[in-house]
Design a protein around this ligand. Structure first.
Ligand SMILES: Cc1cc2nc3c(=O)[nH]c(=O)nc-3n(C[C@H](O)[C@H](O)[C@H](O)COP(=O)(O)O)c2cc1C
Length: 179
């Protein structure tokens, strides 16, 4: 069983990225076990906290450490990823020599109303996550343009569900091969 922790990069209650994460979880193959690693309780990182890491940060790190792989489903804010996502990544790399990201297989996905569907945010994540030792999956891309109908009452748009299934199959294989 591939244990994959998923992070929703939005703090918003009605987040479209949370909805996308739910579709990805629903479409994951049976050999993957998806669990949310919640970033909402995390305090803002400050390097003075290295001496006495807050319990929420330690619990978050332990959850990530226990996963075989990670899935980040994040919005795009001002052509980049939102501050809570950077905060979470910083926490996962601290205190020094006690980071939990090195060697971790990971996939990224995101949803936005823009026709580019978080691609700039994802491109920026791709520039530095490998430098932290993350084994980042290259393809397929999961950058979704959302409309009112994408996550409607009748269930997710069929095309999105199909893409999500292909994406989760690829991510599960990636995690199996790299963990
Ligand atoms: C501060 C801010 C900046 C944003 N910048 C972008 C952007 O650069 N590109 C984009 O596609 N959408 C942008 N948006 C719109 C978000 O894609 C939209 O609010 C989306 O619903 C956020 O995802 P969420 O619902 O999961 O929080 C921005 C939204 C906010 C609040």
């Amino acid at each position: 069983m591939a244990r994959i922790g998923y992070i929703v990069g939005s703090l918003a209650e009605d987040s479209v990225n949370r909805k996308l994460a739910e579709v990805l979880v629903a479409q994951a193959p049976e050999r993957a076990e998806l669990t949310e690693v919640d970033i909402r309780p995390l305090p803002l990182y400050d390097r003075h906290l290295d001496e006495d890491f807050p319990a929420e940060m330690t619990a978050f790190k332990e959850q990530v450490s226990a996963c075989d792989g990670l899935l980040l489903v994040s919005p795009e804010h001002n052509q980049s990823f939102p501050a809570p996502v950077k905060n979470a990544i910083d926490i996962l790399t601290r205190p020094p020599r006690q980071g939990v990201l090195r060697g971790k297989p990971m996939g990224i996905a995101g949803a936005s109303p823009s026709r580019f569907g978080t691609i700039n945010s994802q491109t920026q994540l791709r520039t530095f996550l490998p430098l932290l030792g993350v084994k980042l999956m290259g393809t397929p891309l999961m950058a979704v343009q959302v409309t009112e109908d994408t996550f409607g009452d009748a269930g997710p748009d069929e095309q999105i569900a199909t893409r999500a299934a292909k994406y989760m199959e690829a991510l599960t294989t990636w995690v199996e091969q790299h963990s």
